[in-house]
Design a protein around this ligand. Structure first.
Ligand code: ATP
Ligand code: MG
Length: 919
């Protein structure tokens, strides 16, 4: 069975049992900052199991792309681990449970895939008797092939939350495979017994104290490794030999000139390259770029490790893009997006490999010298600080340092490395000054506001009556109320305030208490009613009037808004008057002018995106954006600087669309529909859900949750203010719109005007004038240099005249003026030539240091006088050092006040030498 037939067979099998087939989600987990990468089929469904979101279908089945960095060391070492693999899965969200999951699993494996029951082994959790009964009685697996295992292997949990036992299906590939040892069994790593499928029965809730309580709605999560099963069905030894992986493997082997299958390092290298490049292609495809943090670092590490293994088997130059091309060739019929994105993916990989080759050259040399040092000192461990310097300065992955050091019999001090890394993070954090701990933050919010949710009404309205449903004090804990002068956070049941997301910054404005608008305690009916009618409705709150304890006139300034948990809008506020409490009815009003400016910038972002694709090509993809009321920032993939003409063309096109004053339409559609319409998707959209499509005439179509102008003419003007690179293959433009564009132009004109004024020229001739001035300045600098030299030369006569005699030797020891060491040397040369026979010692102050030069004529060198020795004595007297040849030497000193003493010391050295000789 071909790999793709297996994919299809699995999905069809579960579709015929009521499952909805969903496409693979992105490798970047949607809206889940706690996860680095999608590592299992259940990841996109986590909110359904946690109960924080409701699924559209109670049964789903997927073939999910997965990356497991934890398995990186296993790649090539075992026959069943890759960092990238696909996981087939079927899921029940409170629908069917253990009996069906097991029966269908068995049916699929034996009937559809044709494994014989005698080959199959089952593991279950220690005390899961229910699973045992089903496997043994209903399915008919003999009791001696059902193995009970402990928590580590057969219980799935992630801290507090839903969890449960699991049950795995293993295949015995027979005695012809593996170690052949008599006690080979399920736990042996040799490759004879392979786990193919894990069925997780989500049936408990675990609390903080570690108590397990049964769930009312139980769930199923299963995962079957596509490559492992394909390998067995195709009767090939490993997951690197299937119809799909083999093509990539062959390309890697060919490039390396390796006859694959002979074992040893070459085979290992080919498998590492095959896997890591496959993983990288999919990661780049899903929007990850190589960086030094988080996912970006995982990608960098994979690419660099693959490149290094290439070097180990003698591949020269850049080769990863070729392997990546093979990955796309075999995988694009299943993952269509790879073909569309081919050029960008290959370029990204190529760029990173090029960078790495440079880093490898530089870093290897540094590492070699570190290793040599450690070995010569008799050590056995590379210090963490050195490993960190390699990582930080040369982009040398830590793991690579460990590998290379390991090949030379050395270990690396991981603790020291971690410390250095943490110290750097600390510095970065201090510099950023924000809350870097997203997961801690969401935990805190969860404790403070529980399950509160907010209805967002701000697409249509900018002021809204609402009810305060939660208050958080400045300490981050739930509070009853906020009083005048206090800062804190407020959650409303509905709000017009846009919470920061998708790059668009939050609205600001005012929350003000409605007079008499407080609900009585315990009148749940009134609560519900006030809630239901809380529109721009004068009667709001009248039900509750009887119970009112109004805080008339309470006002809070809203300085920000966010959705830390996904559903509730949390307004960051400062109360400027009165007291705002839970239950109060309020009017929430957005700052309209600011919102209008944000709208202009956001729609302009879409126009610039479209214009960039027009001018530069369709490889341009959004890599990030930031939209506030003052400016917009748009990051996109592109491999070289955008030239001034191209930038002008982009700006012009965007402004032409603005002038055309085309309407901006917003529609809610399903994601499938959106794709059919050709909308540009962002990376982390959830499947199955309804998405918002923003269409600007026939110019742009994007999935976007932000706020936009009604017609492009509302934007006024779009002015790009900067363009630059921010990472390998990623550029950033910044722009302003509306009155902001006018302000920008006015400001620039003023600067030009002032500059022209100072230089007494017109704005048009400014550049030419500055050019000339710079030229003049250079000329004058040269002239100054020439004159100083001349001046120094002029003093030669007087210096020579002031020579003293030490015995029969003419000695010149003088403080002089010289621009630099070279000037000093020239001067000394001239004086020596004039002396014919003699010794010259000159000292000059340059900046806050002293420079010395000594010359000894040849005849005196032969008599044993040494310029190096003389200059050394002089320099030592001024707190410095130096030396050189017997006929010419230079030195430096630190203490400028010791110039005369130093020169005297030099002369003394000559005297001492003479005295020594005459003895
Ligand atoms: P193993 O013990 O072999 O590492 P696991 O217990 O980590 O497997 P699960 O987390 O239960 O595996 O994942 C479900 C299925 O996904 C496994 O049964 C296996 O078929 C497949 N799988 C897991 N990890 C990998 C991997 N690194 N490469 C390929 N397939 C994998
Ligand atoms: Mg594992």
């Amino acid at each position: 069975m071909k790999t793709d037939e297996l994919r299809q067979a699995y999905l069809k099998f579960f579709e015929s049992r009521g499952h909805k087939i969903l496409p693979s989600a992105s490798l970047i987990p949607a809206g889940d900052p706690t996860l680095l990468l999608t590592a299992a089929g259940m990841v996109p469904f986590k909110p359904y199991f946690l109960g924080t979101a409701k699924p559209d279908h109670l049964r789903a089945t997927t073939c999910q792309k997965c990356v497991r960095t934890g398995d990186i060391e296993n790649v090539g070492r075992t026959t069943r681990h890759a960092t990238f693999f696909e996981m087939l899965g079927n899921f029940s969200f409170g629908d069917y449970f253990k009996a069906d999951a097991i029966a269908w699993g068995w049916e699929f494996v034996t009937r559809v895939l044709g494994f014989s029951p005698e080959q199959l082994w089952i593991t279950i959790y220690l005390d899961d008797d229910e699973a045992f009964e089903i496997w043994n009685k209903t399915v008919g697996v003999p009791a001696d092939r059902i193995v009970r295992k402990g928590k580590k292997d057969n219980f799935w949990e992630i801290g507090v939350g839903p969890c449960g036992p699991c049950s795995e299906i293993h295949v015995d590939r027979g005695t012809s495979v593996g170690c052949g040892s008599a006690d080979c069994g399920l736990d042996c790593d040799c490759g004879r017994f392979i786990e193919i499928w894990n069925l997780v029965f989500i049936q408990f809730h675990r609390d903080e104290q570690g108590n397990y309580t049964p769930l009312e709605h139980k769930g199923i999560d299963t995962g079957m490794g596509l490559e492992r099963v394909a390998a067995m069905l195709q009767d090939v030894p490993t997951i690197f030999d299937t119809d799909e992986t083999r093509v990539i493997r062959n390309m890697a082997a060919e490039l390396g000139g390796v006859a694959y299958g002979e074992g040893g390092l070459p085979d290992m290298a080919v498998r590492v390259i095959t896997d890591h490049v496959r993983a990288s292609v999919f990661m780049v495809g899903d929007g990850v770029l190589p960086t030094n943090e988080g996912r970006g670092y995982v990608l960098r590490r994979l690419l660099r490790r693959a490149a290094r293994y290439g070097k180990l088997i003698g591949i020269e130059g850049v080769f990863l893009p070729k392997v990546a091309g093979a990955v796309i060739d075999v995988m694009h019929s299943t993952y269509l997006e790879l073909a569309d994105d081919r050029e960008r993916i290959l370029r990204t990989i190529q760029l990173e490999e090029e960078r790495f080759l440079v880093a490898l050259d530089q870093g290897s040399a540094v590492l070699e010298s570190v290793i040599a040092r450690v070995l010569s000192e008799g050590g056995s461990c590379v210090p963490g600080a050195d490993a960190f310097r390699l990582y930080d300065t040369f982009g040398f992955p830590f793991e690579l340092t460990v590998e290379i050091a390991g090949e030379r019999g050395l270990t690396v001090d991981q603790i020291g490395f971690d410390k250095a890394m943490e110290a750097q993070r600390e510095r970065a954090r201090a510099a950023r000054g924000d809350n870097a701990y997203l997961d801690e933050t969401s935990e805190r919010y969860h404790a403070a506001i529980g399950e509160a949710t907010t209805e967002f009404v701000g697409y249509d309205r900018l002021a809204e009556q609402a009810r305060v449903i939660a208050v958080i004090g400045a300490d981050g804990a739930a509070a009853e109320a906020l009083c005048q002068g206090e800062q804190g956070e407020i959650v409303l049941d509905r709000t017009p305030f846009y919470a920061v997301s998708g790059g668009q910054q939050a609205d600001t404005g005012v929350i003000a208490a409605v007079e008499g608008g407080r609900e009585g305690d315990g009148s749940a009916g009134a609560n519900a009613k006030a809630h239901a009618h809380a529109k721009a409705d004068a009667h709001v709150g009248t039900d509750a009037h009887a119970h009112a304890h109004a805080h008339a006139g309470a006002v809070a300034q809203v300085v920000g808004a966010s959705k830390p948990l996904g559903d509730a809008v949390v307004h960051a506020v400062r109360v400027t008057r009165g007291r705002l409490a839970v239950g109060d009815v309020v009017t929430a009003s957005v700052d309209e002018a600011r919102r209008a400016a944000i709208r202009r910038n956001h729609t302009a972002t879409h126009l610039l995106h479209a214009a960039l694709r027009h001018v530069l090509g369709s490889h341009v993809q959004q890599a990030g954006s930031h939209v506030d009321d003052e400016r917009l920032r748009f990051d996109f993939s592109h491999f070289e600087a955008v030239g001034p003409e191209q930038l002008a063309a982009v700006e012009r096109l965007a402004n032409e669309w603005t002038l055309a004053n085309v309407p901006v339409d917003v529609n809610l559609v399903t994601l499938d529909e959106a794709h059919r319409m050709g909308a540009m998707a962002l990376f982390d959209e959830k499947y199955g859900s309804v998405v918002r499509v923003v269409r600007v005439g026939d110019v742009s179509l994007e999935l976007c949750g932000g706020t936009h102008v009604a017609r492009t003419g509302d934007i006024g003007m779009i002015k790009i203010v900067s363009e630059g690179g921010i990472a390998a293959g990623v550029r950033r433009i910044e722009a302003v719109t509306g009155l902001g564009a006018l302000d920008f132009v006015t400001r620039t004109r003023r600067v030009l005007h002032e500059a022209a004024d100072i230089l007494k020229t017109s704005e048009d001739s400014l550049a030419a004038r500055i050019d000339r001035l710079v030229q003049d300045l250079h000329d004058q600098e040269r002239e100054v240099h020439r004159l100083t030299q001349r001046l120094a030369a002029g003093s030669v006569d007087s210096i020579v005249a002031a020579r003293e005699m030490v015995g029969d030797i003419a000695v010149v020891a003088a403080p002089v003026e010289a621009p630099d060491a070279e000037g000093l040397r020239n001067l000394a040369d001239q004086i020596r030539d004039r002396l014919g026979s003699g010794i010259v010692l000159l000292g000059a102050v340059t900046g806050d240091k002293l420079g010395f030069v000594a010359c000894v004529t040849r005849d005196l060198v032969e008599r044993g006088y040494n310029a190096g020795a003389i200059v050394k004595e002089a320099a030592r007297a001024a707190g410095g050092g130096g030396g050189g040849r017997p006929d010419m030497a230079q030195a430096g000193g630190r203490d400028v006040s010791k110039l005369d003493t130093a020169l005297a010391a030099g002369v003394d050295a000559v005297r001492a030498r003479q005295a020594a000789q005459s003895m």
